[in-house]
Ligand binder design. Structure first.
Ligand code: BTN
Length: 258
């Protein structure tokens, strides 16, 4: 894939194609010290050491999926408001996938995309902060397109597995970049409230009762039932627990159980 031509003004106008790399996030960040244009995208067809959240690896068959990273300079965003970027990017990926699979597509906090409770896309957003502001951000996206099976220990899917149809990776990539630009501009124009409202509309288990695992500081964990109330300013998940107490959880402190 070396002819991406998205209908955008800056996202994907400059594309670095790497036939193979360890991680597109790491490869793109090596260019970040140079004068990299905002919106530069690095794509690969073979990622050998893809990184996920919580220090996990990202499984990805060669030539079957989207593996790319986007370089952004959200200097308009204070570091303490960085979760707004997760919201905008999650919605951009949601827009892309739901235009292909309109039913059953959900955003799982903080930014996994599920189809019928199976993970179809993982997002790894890395913010590089100087002082109070974000200097630059690498947004890494792994979107499963034509892969037919997954070995990992969580339920995963691809567009092919959902619709029994092969997709052109270039076409879906172009759509993804267009949606990223739209949502990023919405964020830049301070559309925080509208973005959050839509994020909640598509949020998995929003205002529903679900099962969770809480990780305690002493290394133990407990399971509980709770209702997701929303996400606070720091990006923590707010859950009303079965004892009616409300607790806000950082990413490493809680996991959905399903
Ligand atoms: C997760 O859900 O754990 C996040 C997975 C992110 C995977 C993508 S693939 C492209 C980019 N490069 C990486 O090394 N990781 C991200």
């Amino acid at each position: 894939m070396n002819n991406i031509s998205a209908n955008t003004s800056f996202i994907g106008k400059s594309v670095i194609y790497m036939p193979s790399c360890h991680s597109t996030n790491d490869a793109l960040n090596k260019y970040a010290s140079k004068k990299l244009a905002e919106g530069t995208v690095l794509v690969t067809t073979e990622q050998t050491k893809g990184r996920g959240q919580r220090g996990n690896t990202w499984e990805c068959e060669q030539n079957a999926n989207i593996t790319l990273s986007v370089f952004l300079r959200p200097s308009f965003l204070e570091a303490r408001h960085q979760f707004h970027l997760n919201v905008a990017i999650s919605l951009a990926v949601y827009d892309t996938i739901s235009s292909i699979v309109p039913r059953g597509t959900k955003i799982k906090w903080p930014n996994d995309i599920l189809i019928n409770q199976k993970k179809v896309c993982g997002i790894l957003i890395e913010n590089f902060i100087i002082g109070k502001n974000i200097d630059h951000t690498i947004v890494g996206i792994g979107l499963n397109i034509n892969q037919k099976a997954f070995k990992g220990n969580f339920p995963a899917t691809s567009l092919f597995m959902e619709l029994n149809k092969k997709f052109q990776i270039r076409i879906v990539t172009e759509s993804l970049l267009e949606h990223i630009e739209d949502r990023y501009l919405q964020l830049k124009n301070k559309g925080y409230a509208a973005l959050r409202k839509e994020y909640y509309t598509h949020l998995f288990w929003y205002q529903e009762i679900g099962s969770f695992e809480e990780y305690k500081k002493d290394g133990t964990s407990i399971q509980f039932q709770g209702q997701i109330l929303g996400v606070d300013e720091n990006g923590c998940l707010s859950i009303a627990k079965d004892d009616k107490k409300i607790k806000n959880y950082a990413f490493k402190e809680v996991k959905h159980l399903y």
